[in-house]
Design a protein around this ligand. Structure first.
Ligand code: GLA
Length: 397
């Protein structure tokens, strides 16, 4: 459940911008923390995220016309568009997530009308916790509830993903949208990005906690580097296909096959492929470790994942490496790695419960001294999937 103060602010803003809160419904959509399985989703591989406690909250109601008006608390700005004239907005990029979702629903043949909304919440933007997918999911659920669209969650995830890929322009995989829509409270979500089959794995052991460390360094994922990694993976598949004609994604390649045809690949492409192939294996190991509550092993594969992201996939940064190194110096840290797309954003850490206070103190101080930046450090338990908070305008937070 979102924090009361947050809901109150949203309610007040809604009344201020749209006069009253008659007919308003309330929705929440969590950000996600990926525990392991980075950059594997667009390679049809495996991922193991959980929903974060940080979430996007939307207060929203129907309009009688085809306009969409949105006030964003993050940007302290209002923006609007017409459902009959949707076009990419370069001046207010944040509105493109709402536009993209509306576009995707319309493209798929759903009948929707206008809405007015206030969007807020506490998912840090650009921190690698997928605020963008959470915003997409919140708007998709809003249209779905207000226009009675009856869309299954898996289909909603596909529609949001299409918005991100084809409207916003990030060629991402399905992890973020699926996490927000299908995660489970107290569980990690083991997802096969090929079939979208998923399994919730209980993760409620009191002896450990997931700690997120936000470097405060932002990088836009629409940046060319993400595109470049996607291309490099396709290139690996294209070259390996000469010998392995049945493969369609790096998911289909084993470590042995990759080694066998290593000489066929330029060195960089080989390293990119090695990250993906080994990361898929690590996810499977992590799932087994989590099921057996073997947190030492889970931490080891997290560490290995970071090394691979740093050296083979080259998506880490000075600040992310520093944060990981500082975390590893704390006794009681079991594993540390960057989470999300990389280049900036946050790390995810598995820490013994008894070491949490020490961890926060030591990592905060160390990072601040080295960079001058005050990192965001917070414990996150696996939260519930996105959904309705209240269907009533009288809702009193
Ligand atoms: C971003 C993308 C995801 C995924 C991660 C890296 O968050 O949106 O689809 O590719 O990067 O694992």
């Amino acid at each position: 459940m979102p924090k009361r103060a947050q809901l109150k602010t949203i309610k007040e803003k809604f009344q201020e911008v749209f006069r009253d809160s008659h007919g308003v419904i309330w929705l929440r959509a969590p950000g996600r923390v990926n525990l392991i399985g980075e950059h594997t989703d667009y390679n049809d591989g495996f991922v193991l995220p959980m929903a974060a406690q940080q979430e996007i909250v939307l207060a929203v109601r129907r309009r009688q016309d085809f306009r969409v008006r949105v006030y964003s608390l993050h940007y302290a700005q209002e923006s609007e568009f017409d459902l009959e004239k949707i076009s990419f907005d370069a001046r207010r990029p944040w509105i493109n997530y709402a536009q993209g979702v509306a576009w995707s629903l319309l493209e798929a043949g759903y009948r929707i009308g206008g809405i007015e909304a206030v969007v807020g919440g506490d998912v840090p933007i650009g921190a690698g916790l997928s605020s963008s997918a959470a915003v997409e999911v919140a708007f998709a659920l809003a249209f779905s509830h207000l226009y009675d669209l009856q869309i299954e969650r898996e289909e909603l995830a596909r529609l949001c993903n299409r918005a991100e890929r084809e409207f916003v322009g990030l060629p991402c995989g399905m992890m973020d949208q699926v996490s927000s829509l299908l995660a489970g409270e107290g569980a990690a979500l083991f997802l096969d990005c090929r079939s979208l089959e998923c399994r919730l794995i209980p993760f409620e052991n009191e002896a450990v906690r997931i700690v997120i460390c936000d470097t405060q360094v932002r990088r836009e994922l629409t940046d060319s580097a993400y595109h470049q990694r996607v291309e490099e993976c396709s290139e690996a598949v294209r070259l390996l296909k000469r010998h392995l004609p049945r493969i369609t994604h790096l998911r289909d390649v084993s470590r042995r096959q990759l080694e066998e045809f290593r000489d066929e690949l330029p060195e960089v492409i080989y390293r990119r492929a090695r990250h993906i192939v080994s990361e898929d294996e690590r996810v499977l190991t992590a799932v087994e470790a989590l099921e057996g509550e073997d947190f030492e092993e889970f931490g080891r594969v997290m560490d290995a994942s970071h090394e691979s992201l740093k050296k083979d996939y080259e998506v880490s940064s000075r600040e992310l490496d520093l944060m990981v190194d500082l975390a590893r110096e704390v006794s009681g840290t079991l594993g540390a790695r960057l989470t999300g797309g990389g280049f900036g954003g946050a790390t995810v850490n598995l820490v013994a419960f008894s070491a949490i206070e020490r961890f926060k103190r030591q990592v905060f101080q160390g990072y601040k001294t080295a960079t001058g930046l005050a990192p965001g450090i917070f414990v996150s338990r696996p939260a519930a999937a996105a959904g309705l908070i209240s269907g009533s305008g009288d809702f009193n937070p």
